[in-house]
Design a protein around this ligand. Structure first.
Ligand SMILES: *[C@@H]1O[C@H](CO)[C@@H](O)[C@H](O)[C@H]1NC(C)=O
Length: 369
């Protein structure tokens, strides 16, 4: 739980000690500086919408092949439990909740018995393989973003039951909302199935996604979200499965798929700038870039202590994900800490930690956290 945020808090705290010492010396009256994480601004809750990057197990009860509730998923999780998180251990939402001193694990909304405290401090509605294209969740039988909002409404009435109206408003006002989706739209719906690519070229498909993004963000805003972090797309062409499908004999990154992700990222940033002009509806809406840090992990893994950047740890590491990444017929790698990716699509816990540290270092101040 020693994330960069705790490091940053310590640094800010050291500054306060220095400042307090100077003030104390000047005033000739030494008042002890109060330090520690308690001094940091407190986020009331972390509330998350999105896809597998943020899904702690909402897909477990669904009739879909997109699940991670079997070994080797969770092999490095406490108790080696496969919770449904698409990684060997923690996922970004857990590191975000930890870094903000909210809690250790961000639970899924579905399928677990929450304590009241767990509900009050936030949950994730994210569902692996969903997206902004309404067709994306339908193809694989997972939870649409629209349905995630319906679950949020149900969640909110549970908060009202536990804490009352005033406290619920305080929690929502003080919550960090995170939205992360879009990878499956491009990697799966567009490039893997024929349903959209027959009718749309990449720019027009990106425009279709942006319609979904805007509609979703307006719906989140209408529900009272004050602080929204919107996560952009990674270099999709560099994840192991996409290298296998489109990267030729050397499994290079697929330039066309990376270009699609970058076009989306550029356009979504323009949209967010436009929406942000309406400060009443979007007091704090921040675009969070993960493309750069993941590209750096892939290009210069050695800087972070990774030796394997193109193959997942699960089985051959070239195609296996979800139902195909299964310990019953797929062995895992010897040393997961050397791998950027755990399956052919999702980063390892250690790579996720690098990514979330980057997010804290670059964006949390803009979210006023
Ligand atoms: C947003 O809300 C409107 C009105 O309730 C609904 O028609 C639309 O599907 C929602 N969009 C998303 C992406 O949730």
């Amino acid at each position: 739980m020693h994330t960069s945020m705790t490091r940053r808090t310590a640094t800010a705290c050291q500054w306060r000690v220095v400042a307090a010492a100077v003030v104390a010396a000047l005033a000739m009256a030494a008042t002890p500086a109060r330090c520690g994480t308690q001094g940091a601004k407190k986020v009331s809750a972390v509330i998350v919408f999105g896809d597998s990057i943020m899904d702690p197990g909402n897909n477990n009860g669904l009739h879909t092949v997109v699940k991670a509730n079997h070994a080797p998923y969770g092999k490095d999780f406490a108790g080696h439990v496969a919770t449904g998180r698409f990684s060997n251990g923690l996922i970004p939402t857990d590191f975000i909740a930890q870094g903000l001193n909210v809690k250790q694990l961000l639970p899924p909304y579905l399928g677990v018995q929450h304590t009241p405290e767990d509900l009050l401090t936030g949950v994730s509605f994210a569902s692996g393989a969903t997206g902004f294209d309404p067709l994306t969740p339908v193809i694989v039988g997972v939870i649409s973003l629209e349905q995630q909002l319906a679950y949020y409404d149900e969640y909110r009435s549970k908060l009202m039951g536990i804490a009352g109206e005033e406290e619920t408003k305080r929690i929502i006002d003080g919550a960090l909302f995170v939205v992360c989706a879009g990878t499956d739209d491009i990697a799966n719906t567009y490039y893997t199935t024929p349903f959209r690519s027959a009718e749309y070229d990449v720019p027009s498909y990106v425009d279709l996604l942006l319609v979904g993004v805007e509609s979703f963000l307006r719906n989140v805003s209408a529900r009272g979200a004050k602080r929204i972090g919107f996560v952009g797309l990674p270099p999709i062409g560099c994840v192991p499965s996409q290298r296998t499908l489109g990267g030729g004999p050397h499994r290079s990154c697929v330039p066309e798929r990376n270009a699609a992700a970058q076009l989306y990222n550029t356009k979504v940033q323009e949209l967010i700038r436009e929406l942000g002009k309406d400060t009443a509806a979007f007091p704090t809406l921040v675009y969070i870039d993960i493309y750069t840090v993941i590209q750096d992990l892939v290009d210069h893994g050695e800087r972070y202590g990774f030796t394997e950047t193109t193959r997942g740890c699960c089985s051959t590491g070239t195609v296996e994900v979800a139902v195909l990444c299964d310990a019953r017929f797929a062995p895992v790698c010897d040393d997961v800490s050397q791998h950027v990716f755990f399956d052919s699509y999702h980063p390892t816990q250690r790579a996720y930690k690098v990514i979330v540290d980057y997010i804290f270092d670059h964006y949390m101040q803009f979210l006023h956290l």
